[in-house]
Design a protein around this ligand. Structure first.
Ligand SMILES: Nc1ncnc2c1ncn2[C@@H]1O[C@H](COP(=O)(O)OP(=O)(O)OP(=O)(O)O)[C@@H](O)[C@H]1O
Length: 843
């Protein structure tokens, strides 16, 4: 070190700076030189590092004076310009361990807003990015750099306008890639430092191998992928694993216990726990957001006496932030959360972390439990395990140096709430549906977990679990039903397949490659010191979406997407004939799919999982794909004709409307039933194709038939109208007769062409006429002339009759009081004959 300090070049350089009074530059060179001489063992405070006054001031104002172990070991290395891979227990101060070097790096380069983006900090979740940004603002407030927070859920355009003026960018990976994709002016050609916070998580989520900028990687847990990344892409990296030799991998101030209870008891245990910790601040972790959504609502209704909050990836961004801030400021509250809150979040003074569902693995356990007992504070963690999970999980935890002890629940303290839940669901359909979704999502997740020695779906008490959620009947879980039917095939699952496809058993290497290719170009824009960096690759499972969203949905939507690709693969594959027995039900399930889809939105996904249930490994399928199609197993193409036939078979009548009278008689049918004489003929004809000649004849027949029907209808209509008119005339006539006190004959001539002739019912009663004492010749003449008019079929209106009326009386009274129509039962000609005969006999 002394050699370095007094090396002639540096010495001469510094003298020159002094001569020309370049104090600022002189100071910077001094700081750089001092960085090279840092002796970690002598560092106790931030001020022991050669830091800028602005950074030191910010740290002091935020009450940060003493350094933690990880800060002590990493800040010096980073100041020397080294790539660092840091790991330390939860709550040990990793955030400052990278933020201080970030500020110092730009300060030493005299970075200005004109220089653009200098540092990129990537966090796996929005909340963590936000939290880091807040600490950066606090500590770096005396610097002149601009800093920006770019996370999902906000207006991309708005961000795009500002992104170019940002020197330090804190972001989530999904949003970053979105800007790389869509924001034309966004570039990172001047990037000096790249920080991956919770690096193992980011890599889990799909970031690929190489990060060729000056990089700092931090996490509480080390995974193989992080080490590989460091080995491959960090430049002479310094590994700082401060607690590597510690007895335990979790904070010493953290008290950790677990209880074993049956699945159907868990809600009761949680409720009873909350009731006995009303003055505490707790976080309860669940494995899916559907569980959080349902149980949050139910617990709010149960009114345990403490405020409950919920945080999960399906919430609106604003709501997420509200909940985050609310929980930060609460003294006593319970936060129901998914694993989006598991990493990095620094809620102050959390007393308890309760893991309602067994975590995916020991690392997840460590991060969840680490939300309490942060930076010298105390805290307690309680893990709830099912009897079937106990052995496997405890073993994993002990291997990871997590000291957990079993404790027992006091049965007397348990408060049963199942009946209450049942009554809530009986009143609220929405809540019931949520309960069903919660149920299915839990079962599905257990089924998907990679550690089968811990998670065994066949050991779950399904009906009892449904009851404990308040559901009288367990919702149908298709893959479970099929699994039960195929017990031998489950056993045939190849262990190799499980190993290579931990989360998504049907995800192929091709899928992974596809994701990789999708983002492989993105990071190639990162340049350092004018040099284009080697192409770096990102694998992000879900395109432009934020990683934190994926975090939430990884157990559901993302995997579903991937698996649905595999569905296509599966449906197309054809099993070997000699393997038909083994897989014969698979294509049938796919054919049945449509029936199931409405009931179960996740049917696709479940179906795909079914494939694994039957023990079809990837390789097996690859070979199967090349085989000859076997008729019995080929998926039949469903044509429209086939579908129509199916409908016909079931005797469905579409758009049928039947109307009844109040008495229950059928009055109308829709569509109207068309009668046709030609119909039967057609049905008998079983020759193929269309016989045009016959068809034409048949149509003509139909046409005739239609015309006939139409004519009948018109006739009926006219008859009805005439009767009405007649009735009206009679009424009018009666009134007139009364008024004038005169007798008059009243005849109505049918004018209806369609009627087919004279209506005899309108004739006066001949007997009455005969008996009448007085009868005028003119009347008869009138009648006769009118009878003749009838031949011309001209309609006469009532008014015409009225005009005719007076001329027919001549003061003589014809007593034709009865005007009832007479039905002689004779034909028209006979009626006329009769009338003439009567007239003659009269005369
Ligand atoms: N030097 C320090 N002096 C006082 N408090 C500190 C110091 N460094 C960190 N802290 C406090 O310790 C807490 C935990 O810090 P931080 O969030 O950085 O931990 P972490 O190691 O990143 O945790 P995790 O692994 O959960 O992400 C914070 O509240 C922070 O303010």
């Amino acid at each position: 070190k002394i050699e370095v300090i007094f090396s002639p070049i540096i010495g001469i350089g510094m003298i020159i700076l002094l001569i020309f009074e370049r104090w600022k530059m002189f100071k910077l060179v001094c700081m750089c030189v001092m960085s090279l001489t840092i002796n970690v063992s002598e560092i106790a405070r931030f001020s022991d590092f050669p830091l800028s006054k602005k950074t030191l001031k910010g740290l002091q104002e935020a009450q940060y004076r003493l350094v933690t172990e990880i800060q002590k070991q990493t800040i010096g290395l980073a100041l020397q310009g080294k790539d660092v891979l840091g790991a330390a227990k939860t709550g040990s101060g990793k955030t400052l361990a990278f933020l201080v070097p970030v500020l110092e790096a730009l300060y030493r380069l005299q970075w200005t807003s004109a220089d653009g983006l200098g540092v990129l900090i990537i966090s796996p979740t929005r909340e963590l990015a936000y939290q880091t940004f807040e600490v950066l603002r606090k500590v770096g407030k005396n610097h002149d750099f601009s800093a920006g927070l770019i996370i999902g859920g906000k207006d991309l355009k708005h961000e795009a306008e500002r992104i170019n003026n940002i020197n330090i960018l804190v972001c989530t990976p999904g949003r970053l890639l979105q800007h790389m994709d869509e924001t034309i002016c966004f570039h990172a050609t001047n990037l000096q430092m790249l920080v991956l916070d919770e690096a193992d998580r980011i890599l889990d989520l799909g970031f690929a191998d190489t990060m060729n900028a000056h990089s700092l990687l931090f996490s509480a847990t080390q995974t193989k992928s992080v080490k590989d990344l460091a080995r491959l892409s960090l430049k002479n990296p310094e590994y700082v694993w401060v607690h590597e030799k510690a007895k335990y991998s979790t904070p010493a101030t953290l008290e950790q216990n677990y209880i074993v209870c049956e699945l159907q008891q868990k809600i009761i245990v949680l409720y009873s726990f909350l009731r006995s910790h009303l003055k505490k601040k707790s976080i309860v972790f669940f494995s899916s957001c559907k569980q959080v959504q349902y149980l949050y609502r139910v617990f709010c209704r149960l009114r345990p006496g403490i405020s409950i909050l919920a945080l999960h990836g399906r919430q609106q961004q604003m709501r997420r932030m509200e909940v985050y801030n609310e929980f930060v400021h609460k003294r006593a509250a319970v936060l129901f959360a998914t694993d989006i809150a598991a990493r990095g979040l620094d809620f102050p003074a959390v007393n308890w972390v309760l893991q309602f569902d067994c975590p995916e693995d020991a690392n997840t356990y460590i991060h969840r439990a680490g939300r309490t007992a942060r930076y010298k504070e105390d805290g307690e963690a309680l893990l709830i395990l099912l009897p079937s999970e106990e052995q496997g999980m405890v073993q994993q935890l002990l291997q990871k140096k997590v000291p957990v002890k079993e404790i027992k629940i006091n049965p007397e303290k348990l408060i049963d709430v199942q009946k209450k839940l049942e009554s809530f669901l009986a009143q609220d359909q929405d809540l019931k549906e949520r309960a069903q979704r919660c149920f299915v999502s839990y079962i599905r997740l257990v089924y998907l977990m990679k550690h089968k020695e811990v998670f065994d779906v066949s050991k779950l008490p399904i009906p009892e679990y449904a009851l404990s959620l308040g559901l009288a009947v367990a919702p149908r879980v298709r893959f479970l039903q099929k699994k039960e039917k195929q017990p031998t095939k489950i056993l045939s699952r190849s262990p190799k397949t499980e190993e290579t496809q931990p989360w998504a058993p049907t995800l192929t290497n091709d899928d992974v490659e596809e994701f990789r290719a999708c983002f492989s170009e993105k990071m190639s824009i990162l340049q350092k010191n004018g040099q284009v960096l080697e192409r770096t690759e990102y694998r992000l499972a879900n395109g432009n979406r934020d990683v934190e969203q994926e975090e939430e949905e990884e157990e559901e939507d993302v995997i579903e997407e991937k698996l649905s690709k595999a569905t296509g693969f599966q449906t197309e594959c054809v099993p070997k004939v000699n393997e038909t027995q083994k897989v014969k039900e698979v294509p049938v399930q796919f054919l049945d799919r449509n029936d199931e889809e409405e009931d179960e939105p996740d049917a696709d996904f479940l179906m795909v999982k079914q494939r694994d249930v039957f023990g079809l490994g990837l390789k097996e399928n690859e070979t199967l794909q090349n085989k000859e199609p076997s008729k019995s197993n080929v998926k039949k193409k469903i044509t429209k004709v086939a579908e129509a036939k199916k409908v016909l078979k079931r005797n469905f009548k579409v758009n049928k409307k039947i109307t009844f009278t109040d008495e229950g008689e059928l009055i109308q049918q829709w569509p109207q039933i068309q009668k046709s004489t030609a119909k039967d003929v057609e049905e008998d004809d079983d020759t193929g194709g269309i016989n045009l000649h016959k068809a034409k004849e048949r149509l003509q027949e139909e046409d005739k038939f239609d015309k006939e029907e139409y004519r009948k209808k018109i006739k009926a209509k006219h008859r009805e109208r005439r009767l009405k008119e007649r009735q009206a005339r009679r009424e009018a006539n009666k009134t007139q007769a009364k008024a004038s006190d005169e007798e008059e004959a009243f005849l109505d001539w049918s004018d209806d062409d369609d009627d087919g002739g004279f209506d005899p019912s309108t004739l006066p009663d001949p007997d009455k006429y005969r008996n009448s004492e007085e009868s005028g010749d003119e009347d008869i003449q009138n009648m006769m002339s009118d009878t003749k008019k009838k031949q011309g079929m001209r309609k006469r209106s009532n008014s015409e009759l009225e005009e005719v009326g007076p001329t027919s009386h001549h003061g003589k009274k014809a007593k034709w009081e009865t005007l009832e129509p007479l039905d002689t039962g004779l034909s028209l000609a006979e009626d006329e004959e009769l009338v003439l005969h009567l007239l003659r006999s009269q005369s």
